[in-house]
Design a protein around this ligand. Structure first.
Ligand code: MLT
Length: 277
């Protein structure tokens, strides 16, 4: 990991490989480690995998808004001298950040990959649930969040539970959540609850878009991505069996193959600048 000064903070970022830049944005309340299964993509792509503001080893004290996280990412690309448009890929909260990058900085986006996420804003009930969760985390600690989230992050079917990697995945998610500062969790829950609806801005995205969701995702179920497919001018949807809300972590080989196929197809798309490297 490198520590890079970006805007008013320092972001920790893992980089590897060369070629088309692929920015991988983690979900809440995780960090870059959730993308460990995407390391093989570094054989053909330039992976850029940050800890977002307040998460992992990054500074910043937690996000004020999803737009702030999006602007951090563009400043990080600048700091890494990534001048050409990148493929922007985000899972869940990272997906919201990717949507904001596409809306605020469309010239930086070669392709968009949205994973286990949605376009719609929170309902008032969801916002109240986040406020309640933030209050309990402040009172009790990260454990309450780990206990509440981990069972819902992963697929629940027998086939998925029997995966030999299941125990290791659960343990690593718990470790990450337990080490996320409470101030970051509270700030992020507020930023997540306040995020705007992105349906209308996403209608104007011309970059090729890949939507991926686990068939067993209960946080952002396949219907969320089916609705999104109808919004983007140029999107296709992949529903991955035996996955919950963490598709790239649960089925990395399927996910990685989908990314490479998407990039092969996108290379012929008129909106995609010619690949460098
Ligand atoms: C995530 O996985 O990043 C969160 O579940 C997103 C959310 O709570 O909306």
């Amino acid at each position: 990991m490198h520590l890079i000064a970006v805007r008013d903070t320092t972001l920790a970022v893992h980089t590897r490989g060369s070629g088309i830049p692929l920015l991988l944005l983690h979900g809440f309340p995780l960090d870059h480690a959730m993308w460990a299964g995407q390391e093989p993509l570094a054989e053909s792509l330039r992976l850029i995998v940050p800890d977002q503001r307040g998460f992992g080893r990054s500074g910043g004290g937690g996000p004020e808004s999803i737009a702030q996280l999006a602007d951090d990412c563009v400043a990080l690309l600048d700091a890494l001298h990534v001048g050409e448009p990148a493929v922007i890929c985000g899972l869940s909260m990272g997906g919201y950040v990717a949507e904001h990058i596409a809306a605020r900085h469309p010239d930086r986006v070669r392709g968009l990959i949205l994973v286990d996420t949605k376009l719609e804003a929170d309902t008032p009930e969801a916002q109240a649930g986040r406020r309640d969760l933030a209050e309990r985390v402040e009172r009790v600690g990260q454990e309450i969040l780990a206990d509440a989230m981990i069972p819902n992050l992963l697929a629940k079917s027998d086939a998925a539970r029997k995966s030999p990697r299941r125990g290791e995945i659960e343990a690593s998610l718990r470790r990450t959540i337990m080490s996320t500062p409470i101030s970051t969790i509270v700030a992020a829950l507020s930023a997540l609850g306040a995020r705007p609806d992105m349906v209308e801005p996403m209608r104007r995205v011309t970059a090729p878009t890949l939507l991926v969701v686990g068939a067993e995702d209960t946080i952002t179920p396949p219907e969320c991505l089916e609705r999104a497919e109808a919004v983007f001018p140029n999107a296709r949807l992949l529903i991955v069996p035996r996955c919950g809300h963490m598709t790239p972590l649960e089925e990395p080989a399927t996910f990685n193959a989908a990314v490479l196929e998407f990039l092969r197809e996108a290379a012929g798309h008129p909106a995609v600048p010619v690949a460098a490297g």
